[in-house]
Design a protein around this ligand. Structure first.
Ligand code: MN
Ligand code: MN
Length: 317
């Protein structure tokens, strides 16, 4: 990490200065940048409790507690990588299509410069324009999708095709995803009927429900993920509601009985050999949070994503 002048907010005091992710410089200059952290404060496509528009801000604030060295993976991502906080994408709260167009264009601009993007949501509808932008750069994407919900409905409210319950059906229809390399992990909770899961599987999603995950264990899940995505370019999308609401209550559609914080950290760390090209972390809704535990976890998961990229970067150079 660059040395910053005293009082600039970038020295390692978690309670001092202006919030950027991990105290990295706020910048839109993509020259020599490896990773750009981008906020997408949009929650207009939620079906139940909104509030995820405040996710990026809360996660940035909690990220100030990241000291920089990842002991589990043995890497210091902010030293290995040039990371910037790009700020937020412009969103239009009442217009999902205008917001998606804005996300697609802005993120597309960044990744065309060979900069990796970690997007902070926002509700899960934002994954669709993010997949569009990444697909233009990398072609058909393998997708590793952590969630309590398959998000493969055809429509919400009988007509809305672009809600946070539909992005992966749209992405499959638009051929953004390689359906031989699409895996969902942590799916659980009640549904309207059995067809919710059947439809997701029929579309090509390989689904590891939370029950499967508990029976099989972490090593077995990671092996299946590796087999499923192989060497393909992988987009990792992480809905915080994959985690048990006891660990991550600050979300819009909580489902009881999910992963612990430790379990998702271990699963994410296990993705270290994959060809990861894009990331989002979505559905953190701070007004339902308790003692910031959800946004602290989210900030740490993003730190793990950065650590995975740093390991690959070290390996290459
Ligand atoms: Mn979701
Ligand atoms: Mn979900």
């Amino acid at each position: 990490m660059t040395d910053f002048p005293k009082g600039s907010g970038f020295e390692p005091l978690p309670y001092q200065g202006i919030c950027t992710f991990g105290r990295q410089p706020y910048s839109r200059d993509l020259n020599n940048v490896d990773v750009s952290i981008v906020g997408i404060p949009y929650d207009g496509a939620t079906s139940y409790r909104s509030g995820a528009r405040f996710g990026p801000r809360a996660i940035r604030e909690q990220s100030l507690l990241l000291w920089g060295y990842n002991n589990a993976l043995g890497v210091a991502p902010f030293k290995v990588l040039q990371v910037i906080d790009y700020g937020d994408v412009d969103v239009v709260p009442v217009d999902v299509l205008a917001t998606h167009a804005e996300i697609n264009a802005e993120i597309g601009k960044i990744i065309q410069e060979d900069v990796k993007v970690i997007s902070i949501g926002g509700d899960h509808s934002i994954s669709l324009p993010l997949l569009r932008a990444h697909n233009r750069k990398y072609g058909r994407l393998a997708v590793v999708h952590f969630d309590a919900h398959p998000d493969t409905w055809d429509a919400e409210f009988g007509q809305q095709k672009f809600s946070h319950g539909t992005p992966f059906r749209r992405a499959i229809e638009e051929k953004l995803i390689d359906t031989n390399a699409y895996i969902q992990i942590g799916i659980r909770g009640s549904t309207i009927g059995e067809e919710d899961y059947e439809d997701a599987r029929a579309l090509g999603a390989r689904m590891i429900t939370f029950d499967d995950a508990m029976h099989r264990g972490e090593g077995d899940i990671l092996n299946e993920i590796r087999r499923c995505v192989g060497e393909k370019p992988v987009y990792l999308t992480f809905d915080i509601d994959s985690v048990d609401p006891a660990f991550a209550p600050g979300t819009g559609t909580p489902e009881v009985g999910g992963f612990s914080s430790y379990q998702v950290l271990q699963l994410v760390r296990g993705l270290k050999q994959l060809n990861l090209v894009g990331f989002d972390l979505v559905e953190v809704s701070p007004s339902f949070d308790l003692s910031n535990i959800t946004s602290i976890l989210a900030a740490n998961l993003i730190f793990e994503f950065l650590s995975l990229l740093a390991l690959t970067h070290q390996h290459k150079s």
